[in-house]
Design a binder for this molecule. Structure first.
Ligand code: SF4
Length: 220
């Protein structure tokens, strides 16, 4: 059982799945920056996070509900939790865009469901993801394989936070969509390669007195 001061944010799981370095920059180094995607996401969440409670066709609907699990060591806020008259409890998460290729949204909703299971002593079979672009819900079955993946991701997250190590940047196409690109500087790794190449060139020049036919540093 994890004490209050060791609970980790559920949102960090998504960051970890998207990019381990992004996760460490945010949750170890405490850096943050917005881009158009994060702002759109925030706007969508603001609509769901009005804190209201209402009953719709017999279903109690709670918005911006705080969840936690001491067994998992996780804490976060659900956009919506539905309490159906037949006893079903269904978490619903709002997302911008469309379903992602990775499992980050599914892992997030699964973690929320596992928190609710511990808090309410219930079993939850399904969650829902609402995508702004599709404007409809996608059902997420909380089966054993998703639960295993979720537990594995939580274990990896805690190991990273405990180690307090930020992985080096690896330039990938998804970096262009990352709000932290200006803080992460993934292209600096190319510069590192360039520095290594520069050292090799100077050593070669000192020992052989010649330069390769095509010298990448010919501007010098
Ligand atoms: S810019 Fe790329 S490497 Fe850096 S944090 Fe973002 S996704 Fe990860």
């Amino acid at each position: 059982m994890f004490p209050d001061d060791q609970l980790l944010p559920i949102s960090a799981l998504q960051h970890l799945i998207f990019c381990e370095r992004q996760c460490a920059l945010i949750h170890v180094e405490r850096l943050w920056a917005e881009n158009v995607f994060t702002v759109e996401g925030n706007q969508l969440h603001e609509k769901a996070h009005d804190g209201s409670r209402e009953v719709v066709d017999g279903t109690r609907v709670a918005r911006s509900l705080w969840l936690h699990s001491r067994k998992l060591g996780m804490i976060g806020q659900a956009d919506v939790v539905e309490f159906h008259p037949d006893g079903r409890v269904v978490p619903v998460e709002y997302k911008r865009g469309k379903p992602k290729k990775d499992d980050s949204d599914r892992v997030q909703i699964c973690t929320q469901a596992m928190c609710l299971e511990e808090m309410l002593d219930v079993k939850i079979e399904l969650g829902h993801l609402y995508y702004g672009k599709r404007k409809r819900r996608t059902e997420v079955r909380l089966d054993s394989s998703l639960r295993e993946k979720t537990l594995d991701t939580i274990t990896r997250l805690r190991a990273m936070i405990d180690a307090r190590e930020t992985p080096i940047a690896v330039r990938q196409p998804k970096c262009d969509n990352c709000s932290l690109i200006e803080l992460c500087l993934p292209d600096s790794q190319r510069l590192k390669t360039g520095a290594n190449a520069w050292t090799d060139r100077q050593l070669n020049l000192a020992t052989t007195g010649s330069l390769p036919e095509t010298d990448p540093f010919e501007f010098t």
